[in-house]
Design a protein around this ligand. Structure first.
Ligand SMILES: Nc1nc2c(ncn2[C@@H]2O[C@H](COP(=O)(O)OP(=O)(O)OP(=O)(O)O)[C@@H](O)[C@H]2O)c(=O)[nH]1
Ligand SMILES: [Mg+2]
Length: 197
């Protein structure tokens, strides 16, 4: 999809701040620093609209990006960060859990993992948690520009195995640097949300 219009509607810290529309929503999850904001920027065709950072775990809000007045991307702060207090993390974890399990508009989740390494325990837990709640999930193995092309097939295998995903799991090899895989990710989103140009 060609995106021209995007707006950060709200950085929510509480449920009563979530937008009140019936537009479909798509959430992005993944470890801190894995590249969620970078993926968002590629999908919405902007350079640094969703701020990328080298300081993991800074974002502590659910960021709702309104795309083409049709749908929302919801940037969920990275799991596995250490810099916040346990109490903060628990409070925030509850908010994310509630959002993912009760939000009617949610059509699916894009889970990012790092193509350079096997999935971590956090990645696996997240994936299995989404599967348990039967939330449709697209796995995106990102930063694939850092992996030699002849090892790409291996990435697919290692990621699926590491997450405990079925063989037919939807998975896209992606790079924010080269934009490889962007069209496939959009295709999945269009199928899940029913929106298109
Ligand atoms: N080479 C390469 N670097 C990437 C790619 N995607 C992201 N990065 C880099 O990885 C770092 C983190 O990217 P972000 O998009 O900010 O990651 P994030 O998941 O939004 O991080 P948090 O918001 O802290 O959870 C930045 O330095 C990016 O430039 C990619 O596809 N290839
Ligand atoms: Mg980010």
């Amino acid at each position: 999809m060609q995106v021209n219009d995007v707006e950060l509607t709200i950085s929510a810290v509480e449920e009563n701040q979530y937008p009140v529309t019936d537009w479909p929503e798509l959430a992005l999850v993944g470890r801190s620093n894995v590249g969620k904001s970078s993926l968002t920027n590629v999908l919405i065709n902007r350079k640094n609209y969703a701020h990328t950072s080298s300081q993991p775990g800074k974002t502590q809000t659910l960021n709702f990006y309104e795309v083409e007045h049709k749908l929302y991307f919801v940037d969920v702060p990275g799991y596995g960060y250490a810099k916040v207090s346990k109490k903060q993390r628990e409070k925030f974890g509850k908010m994310i859990e509630n959002y993912l399990t009760t939000r009617e508009q949610l059509r699916g989740v894009v889970q990012l993992v790092d193509a350079r390494h096997a999935p971590t325990e956090d990645d696996q837990m997240m994936f299995q948690w989404l599967a348990y709640y039967k939330i449709p999930t697209l796995v995106v193995a990102t930063k694939v520009d850092k992996v030699k092309p002849n090892a790409h097939n291996r990435v697919v295998k290692v990621v699926k195995e590491g997450l405990g995903a079925p063989k037919d799991q939807d998975l896209v090899l992606f790079s924010a640097t080269t934009k490889k895989g962007a069209e496939q990710v959009w295709q999945w989103i269009e199928e899940r949300t029913g929106v298109s140009d």
